[in-house]
Design a binder for this molecule. Sequence first.
Ligand SMILES: NC(=O)c1ccc[n+]([C@@H]2O[C@H](COP(=O)([O-])OP(=O)(O)OC[C@H]3O[C@@H](n4cnc5c(N)ncnc54)[C@H](OP(=O)(O)O)[C@@H]3O)[C@@H](O)[C@H]2O)c1
Length: 274
Amino acid sequence: MEKVAIVTGSSSGIGFETALALAREGYRTYATMRDVKKGDRILDIAKKENLKINVIELDVNNENTIKKAVECIISEKKRIDVLVNNAGYFLVGCLEDLTISDLKDQFETNFFGVVRTIQAVLPTMRSQKSGTIVNISSVAGRIGFPVTPGYISSKFALEGLSESMRYELFPFGIRTIIIEPGVIKTNLFSTLKKATKAESPYKDMTEKVMKGLLMMSEMGTPPQEVAKTIVKAVSSENPLPRHPVGNDAIMFLEAKKDKTDMEFENYIKKELFS
Ligand SMILES: NC(=O)c1ccc[n+]([C@@H]2O[C@H](COP(=O)([O-])OP(=O)(O)OC[C@H]3O[C@@H](n4cnc5c(N)ncnc54)[C@H](OP(=O)(O)O)[C@@H]3O)[C@@H](O)[C@H]2O)c1
């Protein structure tokens, strides 16, 4: 039986590498993207390597494209084994610099986009009594940092959703996996949405933190590492709920586990501001 995977946001970075990695594992992979014109690169690789990859349109902010994509997959393949919720973007700006509209847009993609896509595949997975849902959170889904509270809140919300879903879905044979990358070298930082105004009282803090983050991103973990972790988790019989990726993610999450809240806050202040 041919196994079927869907990846959202497959035009670049983690989604692109994950769609390839799943196809290399033998999955019929639907590499979905909001602009299918960006699909040529993955289709070229698929052709060269003889991989089963289809590029189809799916904008996680547009319910209609999700419905059409899922209907197309069901009519072609009759099943969905893996859904990787990867599409997302990075909103930068301290809370006072963000408008409610900035925050709503961030949640629309990073949180409600995931909810919409999951709700679209669940009837199929429930009737199969199997399926794996992979939610790409972040180390920022477990730890608050200054300057990106909108992005961080969206990932904290995704962690709460994922943890709750695991209980609801396991009686139906559906598994939920959370991936927590640290800083990964992708387009996320070149396509970020910046909300900080020139006259902002938070301008210096924002610039300082972002300079550090952009430097870290240059030396970031390759997206192939995230893809490898996803394939390993999906292939395991009883996957753990959470999968950090990258030495930075592991270091921050271990520090959080080992320290009191105050100790951890002082550690982050030292890392970011000294
Ligand atoms: N890079 C990191 O350090 C890092 C760390 C932790 C977690 N993550 C998470 O990893 C995921 C992938 O990001 P990335 O690092 O691979 O960055 P990326 O290369 O910028 O990829 C983001 C992908 O999301 C797509 N996307 C954005 N809005 C969309 C929408 N409304 N509908 C469908 N697709 C949409 C983009 O499509 P377009 O090409 O059309 O813009 C792109 O394919 C995100 O959820 C991000 O939060 C990244």
